[in-house]
Design a binder for this molecule. Sequence first.
Ligand code: FAD
Ligand code: ZN
Length: 511
Amino acid sequence: MLQRRLLHTAKACLNKPLAPFTSTKYPKLKRNPCYSKITDKDVEHLRTFLTSSDLIYEKDPESTAIAHLNTDWFNLYRGSSSLCVFPKTTKQVSQILEYCHERQIAVVPQGGNTGVSGGAVPVFDEVIINLSKMDKIRHFDPISGVAIVDCGVVLEQLDQFLEPKGYTVPLDLGAKGSCQLGGNVSTNAGGLRLMRYGSLHGNVLGLEVVLPDGTVLDNISTLRKDNTGYDLKQLFIGAEGTLGIITGVSLLTPKRPKAVNVALIALESFEAIQKAFVLAKDHLTEILSAFEFWDQDSVGVVKSQLMQKSKYPLEGKHAFYALIETQGSKREHDETKLLEYIQLLMEKDIALDGVMAQSSDQIKTLWAWREKIPEAISKSGVALTYDVSMDVPLLYKLVKDTKEYFSKKDMLGPGKVYSNLIGFGHVGDGNLHIMANLNKTDSDGLKLMDEFIFSWAMKNKGSITAEHGIGVAKVQYMHRARSATQLQLMRTIKRAIDPKGIMNPYKVLPE
Ligand code: FAD
Ligand code: ZN
């Protein structure tokens, strides 16, 4: 269901004006002339091992058949590729890369295309290698819980496959109906339960990767412990397709919890959220699986865009809301613990109101108010997304400071830069999302907002990207976010693996 809905939304952007070209947004980016341009002869060669339905070649990149593949889910980034290929096997990925390497044709790997940093779409005319047809679950071991899957398996499909076996996926995110395992690993996606299950750097046990020259690196281990030399898979986790194409993933999956409980509480300040978070760790200890928060403006956007007919689960208007989830094995015990926790919050005047879901449908509804936030604000206009991380006490100060700064800013006229600025995120991971509808669709507002938020995060010892990655969106900030030594080492690795620079150029590493 969700998958169809998200894909529909992605296509729906075709009815809106298409996003400006990424190269217009970032005029300093110039096409690197060392890359060959695609010719009919190249396409002819690719057709020798790809069927006609596995390849789209449109000389006009704005034609309907290829425009949506050139545009990201948020309709913020757009390239002008005339060629998209859909390999079905690792061998085909290898043949494509071997050929592109020899001809020095630049490529961009594309999974579910739900990424937030413009990493999965071309900047210029890079060939799009869309992995959605590599969608087989290769193997599952019910003893260890290790699943081996093709890169194009959709996260929610894997979860549905695991459900009757009593297992679940160790990561969950709002885009689960469209994002793919290869994309998740390549972005090192965080999501809603990182505080419980940890990051993909721990849960991915092995990878199969096609290197830029077509060599297949079979590193698809199923071992939890293996210290034989450098841990090569870690290089590709979070590499955003700049080092190779991940074709297979070996993933450690946890047992599906027998009891899941969810509560929603209302609070009047971010200080109260911090107190509630500490108390949740104290009182719910090992069963606490998620602690998410959002502000009142987030509720307004979801209500007006996607849930007009739904009644908000709590009465009145409150400054903040927090969703607390427990996952455990004893329903009664967990329910009592969560109920006691809510009572404690009320007694201590930390929470103003609270509700606990009584059924799995109610659990879904409470989660919907959180999960629909990004989709809702994207529906109400051109939406910018930030995913900074920092010490928890500072999280919401950034939202307040951003609003204050832009209310005084007169460069574009007060209030002209954005509307609907909202703050929400993963308290448990110190990860804040700020999203805003940009009023001016030219690059001025975007630049002002980027500069303010990224500088603020760096000044406060935070990260400019906790989970979405650098892509093309933040590449110009890498000089400030990483030291010269760090950047030098990253370039050395990139050159060693991809000497011709064909993998996802213009992304992650600045020139
Ligand atoms: P894509 O967007 O297709 O690609 C992302 C990057 O990975 C690109 O650089 C691409 O080149 C590269 N890539 C893709 N597949 C491969 C491959 N097989 N081999 C090599 N490189 C590859 N992210 C979070 O971390 N946490 C969240 O909570 C979260 N919530 C979201 C909610 C919504 C509604 C949406 C739309 C997005 C959300 N995201 C979130 C962002 C996004 O869903 C994740 O980044 C996701 O992991 C991307 O997966 P994908 O398959 O769509 O990858
Ligand atoms: Zn997130």
